[in-house]
Write a protein that binds this ligand. Structure first.
Ligand SMILES: C[S@@+](CC[C@H](N)C(=O)[O-])C[C@H]1O[C@@H](n2cnc3c(N)ncnc32)[C@H](O)[C@@H]1O
Length: 357
């Protein structure tokens, strides 16, 4: 049994032919009524996945301290646009703002902008962040110009990717078409070599690769804004820093792996972020990427955990320890997730990216 959105996508393919994986992902996640990120939110323990800010308040608190330090590094502009892309329940931002309330002048300067398409999550953000009177946007480009501090945690991984397979005749694009019954979605390779081959590396037949045009366009827009109006951005996501290409698109429903084409609109789709491609597309000074575990340790997460544990019950202490490990341990989120900073090239290097800072 497919979904209403699955039937709509099948009808579109029957009428106009196979669509790219990026088109499929764009519909499956972003269809205005039926897309996964437009329907009820699937975040948190009861949903499809749990993100770092939902694991522990320490994550948002340290990012708050990082943002406040960057605000000082660019001369304490007032106002400063504090922009979050895909804020989920607003947890990261609420923790970041609570942790920075003692920084003189910071909160007075903040003009908060949230880029979010999901109505249920917007309501949760409104509850969490009411005191800062946020402005919501459908797209990053709608946020007014000016000095900016930007944060995006697990946002780029939700942006559509094209997929390619190296055949003996060159790189071919993987498409979504229909099986013989005219209804069931099915993967197939486009005939002939793809024009995207110029952007793909040399590789042996059988190799696979992905390109996120949406991710690269957003990176370029962030870079352009920071060049024009000063500021810094912090991008945290799971992904890779260069290295061999490959396919990473994965489907998750109810904390379990699912088939990519299965139940569109009810299944989360995400792909590893190619950090070296993002950094190149920024067209601005980038620092990192560095592993999330190293970044958080350099910002003092172990010390912060000790402080929290000092006034906690035995049960709370073990929960704090477990959350710390989830965020920093190499076999958990510590090395899979990376952090990239982008920003103003006149200010000193940001904290968290080398043992010197
Ligand atoms: C994986 S969740 C991460 C949420 C949050 N940053 C966190 O760490 O808990 C992705 C977030 O981005 C939003 N989102 C996904 N695609 C979007 C798009 N194209 N435009 C705006 N928001 C989007 C989702 O609704 C959600 O808030």
């Amino acid at each position: 049994m497919t979904t209403e959105l699955g039937r709509l996508i099948a009808r579109r393919i029957a009428l106009t032919g196979p669509i790219s994986m990026a088109d499929f992902m764009g519909e499956a996640l972003g269809h205005p009524r039926l897309g996964y990120y437009r329907r009820a939110a699937a975040l948190g323990a009861a949903g499809d996945f749990v993100t770092a800010p939902e694991i522990s308040q320490m994550f948002g608190e340290l990012i708050g301290a990082w943002l406040a330090e960057r605000w000082q590094a660019i001369g304490c502009p007032n106002p400063v646009r504090l922009i979050e892309l895909g804020p989920g329940r607003g947890t990261l931002m609420a923790d970041a703002l609570r942790a920075t309330r003692a920084i003189p002048g910071f909160h007075i300067a903040i003009d908060l902008h949230l880029v979010e398409t999901n109505a249920t999550l917007r309501a949760a953000q409104r509850n969490a962040l009411a005191a800062f009177r946020p402005t919501w946007h459908e797209r990053f480009e709608e946020v007014p110009d000016g000095p900016s501090l930007i944060v995006a945690n697990e946002f780029f991984d939700a942006l559509p990717v094209r997929q390619f397979v190296r055949t003996p005749g060159g790189w071919a694009e993987r498409m979504v078409g229909l099986a013989g019954d005219g209804e069931t979605l099915r993967l197939a390779l486009a005939p002939g070599a793809t024009p995207f081959a110029a952007f793909l590396p040399e590789a042996a037949p059988g190799a696979e690769a992905e390109i996120s045009e949406a991710g690269l366009a957003l990176a370029a827009a962030i870079g352009a804004r920071l060049r024009a109006g000063t500021g810094w951005a912090l991008i945290v996501d799971y992904g890779r820093d260069g290295g061999a290409p490959g396919s990473s698109l994965q489907a998750v429903r109810g904390h379990r792996g699912a088939d990519i084409l299965d139940r569109p609109g009810e299944t989360d789709l995400s792909a590893h972020v190619d950090f070296s491609a993002l950094a190149a597309a920024m067209g601005a000074r980038t620092v990192g990427p560095t592993a999330q575990g190293d970044f958080l340790k350099r910002l003092g997460i172990v010390h912060r955990a000790e402080t929290l544990k000092a006034r906690a019950s035995a049960e709370q202490r073990s929960a704090i320890e477990a959350a710390l490990m989830r965020l920093i341990a190499p076999d958990q989120m510590g090395t899979l997730f990376h952090v990239l900073a982008v920003g103003d090239d006149r200010s000193a290097a940001p904290a968290g990216f080398s043992d010197m800072t």
